[in-house]
Design a binder for this molecule. Sequence first.
Ligand code: NAP
Length: 234
Amino acid sequence: MLVLGGTGEARRLAALVPVISSLAGRVSDPRLPDGDVRVGGFGGVDGLVTWLRDNDISAVVDATHPFARKITANAFEATSRLGLPFLILRRPGFVQEPGDDWRWVSSVAEAAASLPGERVFLTTGRQDISAFASCSQWFLARMVEPPASPLPQRIQVLLDRGPFTVDGELALLREHRIDVLVTKDSGGEMTSAKLVAARRLGVPVVIVRRPPLPDAPVVATVEEAVSWLGTAGA
Ligand code: NAP
């Protein structure tokens, strides 16, 4: 069986079931899952089809980040062509509470065009930072790996990959006098502390909606994925 992605869910699944895990290779020092791991792209849908055949894969679980749209689409297409069972494992999105000032947008470009503040805590990751390059606001941009250019003119980069605590996030927002938080709806406990901190301080949040999923079965927990694997005969 192949598990795509290096998310916490992917790693927990790999700890329970013998699988080959596939990482994109974006992070230089990734947290490695248990078992066999391969790193790097497959070469599009055709490359993935060939790899799945050559490695005698019986089922594929896509446990990539909710915004890794291309690999999910490719895996759906490749498994459809081969008639292989395909499951999407996606942790639930963030949950808005009454009183939260969350402004939902459909893309990082839309977020960049509608910032309701001047001192921005940007947590969308290094791949999306160029969308903010022409913004005049000041940015505190947190990411795992250093960003590529182009960057906004006024930016402080913070390299960190968490997990983050509410107290730590409160201190960060206060220290930098943040007046708007920008995030993707990634979900997960590792990154939700910033939203709790924003809630406590009354900081507005610009939140990017998840891209749509292909027409495949979706589960939210590792336990459901394990039970699906049983029924899929993988
Ligand atoms: P993407 O746009 O969906 O994929 C771009 C290309 O990267 C794919 O076509 C594929 O290349 C390769 N790729 C992506 N994930 C792969 C995997 N697990 N194994 C092998 N190849 C993979 O992906 P992305 O947004 O660049 O994200 C790359 C990785 O970083 C994902 O695994 C994702 O879980 C993680 N990540 C993404 C985000 C985000 O916000 N997008 C945030 C945190 C972590 P080929 O076409 O050559 O096969």
